[in-house]
Write a protein that binds this ligand. Structure first.
Ligand code: 7TS
Length: 409
């Protein structure tokens, strides 16, 4: 069963007009829109049982704690974790990746050790490793990509050495859209004794993810790209890894006992959740997962594949437009492109006059763009609510952009 276009009615924002035109939101890789079911769950929390979690012994606090922990269980089920204790809530995937870089990296990295990432990483899976590598005297290396934006796996065996401690890679590239062969990379990394951390920001929202089938050791995700509010995300990690790591942040909730000069730690996962968490956000994430599970992640992936194939077909008709990344069989719902003689910011501005939202810039993948020799690109990205008619609007608006700029020259 495909995804019916009627689900658009669940997304209040999609009924809007901007600049006199129906809103065509094609920037879901930056953040997704939110269905009523998620908005209602968050509002219900604030209207009916807003209270801090894990401390009150009165009814609404108990309900808040139960719903917060139910959301953790939903995430565990959604990602195929062994249990909710393997899920740490964070603000977003950036915080999840930093958590591992610091809590794991500070304990395990020694001078001369190597951290392997890729040339297509988002800055949030590069910079934390740069910081910890500098602090620990470790060395960063990078898996290159080919001219279609695919990782060059032939290089992997050369790059993986007995010094490699961890491989940090993006599951689905937010710029190329490439779906990286995480299971294969993990198999080879483990054979060298290295751990693997996956940036799942663009995969968990869009395709079935089973962390145990992937075989990786850490998996980060971010709620706002999967129908949930901003400010909630998380980290999945194998329980023994969470247990051996020191906390990342100190404060309330993450302790077991505290003296003036020392403290002991709470159990996992709470050891990593210092301070009052985003309870409303977690509850919204639980509702978002319910929503996605009702649609079925296979159906979500199939829908996006269809939309992406159609978008690539329509965009290829536009003269002087160049699509980045691999063919539709190897990509998620992201199509980045550039156009001869037109800056991506100009593209985005002209599209905005037609009600079309696309991202322009480096998409937090500056090294990737630098390697391609382009400073920036434009990007259309899709989700469950995207319909082919919106791709038609995009294609018409791009043709209009082309005409405007050829007249201007
Ligand atoms: N990793 C990838 C692959 C991403 O696409 C993003 C966000 C992040 C990490 C960071 O997510 P955050 O929620 O922690 O901020 N990517 C984008 C984007 O492509 N456009 O805006 C944000």
């Amino acid at each position: 069963m495909g995804i019916p276009a009627t689900i658009r009615e669940d997304f209040p924002i999609l009924g809007q007009r901007v600049n006199g035109k129906p809103l065509v939101y094609l920037d879901s890789a930056a953040t997704s829109q939110k269905p009523r079911q998620v908005l209602d769950a968050v509002r219900r929390y604030y209207e009916e049982y807003n209270a801090n979690v894990h401390r009150g012994v009165y009814s609404i606090a108990e309900r808040a704690t139960a719903e917060y922990e139910a959301a953790r269980a939903a995430v565990a089920r959604f990602l195929g974790a062994a249990g909710p204790d393997e899920i740490v809530f964070t603000r977003n995937v950036t915080e999840a990746l930093n958590l591992v870089a610091y809590a794991w990296g500070r304990r395990h990295l020694r001078p001369g050790d190597e951290i392997l990432t890729t040339e297509m990483e988002h800055h949030s899976d590069l910079v934390p490793w740069q910081l910890v590598a500098q602090e620990r005297g470790a060395r960063l290396r990078h898996i290159p990509f080919d001219d279609q934006g695919r990782l060059i796996l032939d290089e992997l065996d050369r790059l993986l050495t007995e010094r490699t401690r961890i491989v940090a890679l993006v599951h689905v590239s937010n710029t190329f859209g490439t779906v990286n062969p995480v299971a294969e990379v993990t198999r080879r990394a483990h054979a060298c004794g290295a751990l693997v951390i996956v940036d799942g920001a663009q995969s968990a929202p869009h395709r079935p993810v089973d962390v145990r089938a992937l075989g990786c050791d850490f998996f980060g995700f971010t709620g706002h790209k999967m129908l949930a509010p901003m400010g909630i995300g998380g980290l999945w990690a194998r329980r023994p890894l969470l247990e051996e790591m020191d906390p990342f942040l100190g404060g309330g909730e993450m302790i077991s006992d505290v003296w003036l000069d020392r403290a002991t730690w709470n159990e996992v996962p709470w050891k990593f959740e210092a301070g009052t968490p985003n309870v409303g956000g977690a509850i919204g994430l639980g509702a978002a997962i319910d929503y996605l599970e009702r649609l079925g992640m296979d159906a979500v992936a199939a829908h996006e594949r269809e939309i992406t194939a159609y978008a690539m077909e329509r965009l290829r008709e536009i003269p002087g437009l160049h699509i980045l990344g691999p063919g539709v069989d190897e990509r998620g719902g992201v199509v980045s492109f550039w156009m001869d003689d037109i800056h991506p910011h100009d593209i985005s501005q002209v599209l905005d006059t037609e009600g079309v939202c696309v991202r322009a810039g480096h998409h937090c993948t500056k090294p990737l763009h630098r390697k391609l020799g382009i400073g920036a690109s434009a990007r259309a990205s899709f989700y469950v609510y995207t319909i082919p008619e919106e791709i038609d609007v995009l294609a018409r608006a791009l043709l209009k952009t082309r005409e405007l700029f050829s007249v201007a020259r």
